[in-house]
Design a protein around this ligand. Structure first.
Ligand code: RIB
Ligand code: CA
Length: 297
């Protein structure tokens, strides 16, 4: 099976980090670049953390490209209590070994136009600000992107920001609205799935033994915070969706994005294009595959 060529559009972020490490180490993806945006923490920190993770993996050959410094039409949501003031709770990692490149949206557009249509997927474990920019500023390029797999939304589950809104969609509901309405090959991995994929202390300890596994274990320990015995690994579910059917049971749903009352909340809307939604998951299967990808030598 040839490696899927992917761009990871990300806001690292404690749960983005093991997702990125897995994609770099599992042997199933050719990571063409990391594009960043403001989300879990500001753009400077998400960009620096992307460079630090690449440096830790000896992959500073992979470019980091800076994207949106803020959502399309509102401010960011402060969740630094979860991710820490630097976005990785002070995790000791090397500094970036290469300067980031500017303008993720323009770069994604150039990639999409230069590469064979459908040959590059975008994995999106963060707010959809950059992808919305690609769709609106470079529609011809956006049409050549392969799959877009995004962690976002809550369908039949409560939200984690508002009553029914999930953080990535609540951070930039206008962007989520543009991406869902664009009718692209989009698969959402919502809280309905990701809340079930939980790492506990035994799982974390079993990851140790090689650099990506050690870093992931350190990050999960930090993600536990004070007194928590487990945390949902939201973002790794994006990578696992593409590499296996562990997040099985994809349903087509026609959904609208709330921009006012509970920004980012999803509601049934017959007039919207269908979006593929992962609604059930083999959580043990995802965790086993994540561990295998992180500990692969
Ligand atoms: O709701 C989960 C999402 O919000 C994840 O992408 C996590 O990184 C946080 O940003
Ligand atoms: Ca994220």
């Amino acid at each position: 099976m040839t490696n899927r060529r992917i761009i990871i559009d990300t806001d690292p972020g404690l749960d983005d980090a093991p997702a990125i490490l897995h994609a770099l180490n599992c042997g199933r993806f050719e990571v063409l670049g990391l594009t960043t945006m403001a989300g879990n923490i500001g753009l400077d920190n998400t960009t620096r953390n992307a460079g630090r993770l690449l440096a830790a993996m000896g992959r500073s050959d992979i470019p980091v490209i800076t994207g949106a410094a803020k959502p399309l039409a509102r401010g960011v949501i402060d969740i630094s209590d979860i991710h820490g003031s630097d976005g990785l709770h002070g995790l000791a990692l090397p500094g970036p070994q290469a300067a980031p490149r500017p303008d993720a949206v323009a770069l994604d557009g150039r990639f999409a136009l230069a590469e064979p249509a459908g040959s590059v997927d975008i994995f999106a474990p963060g707010p959809l600000t950059n992808i919305a920019g690609l769709i609106t500023r470079h529609p011809a390029a956006a049409a050549r992107v392969g799959q877009i797999i995004a962690m976002g939304g809550a369908v039949d589950e409560p939200g984690n920001i508002g009553p029914r809104s999930e953080f990535n969609f609540a951070t930039d509901p206008e962007a989520a609205n543009i991406v869902l309405r664009a009718g692209r090959d989009l698969t959402l991995v919502p809280l309905d799935v990701t809340r079930k994929v939980r790492a506990g202390t035994a799982y974390m300890a079993a990851l140790r033994g090689n650099p990506p596994g050690d870093i992931a274990a350190d990050i999960i320990a930090l993600y536990f915070g004070t007194g928590r015995e487990s945390r949902p690994l939201h973002d790794p579910c994006v990578m696992l969706r593409r590499s296996t059917r562990a997040c099985s049971d994809i349903e087509d749903r026609h959904l609208s994005v709330d921009l006012a009352g509970d920004p980012g909340a999803l509601s049934p809307a017959a007039d919207q294009p269908a979006t593929k939604i992962a609604l059930r998951v083999n959580a043990k299967g995802v965790l086993d595959l994540l561990a295998a990808g992180l500990t692969r030598t």
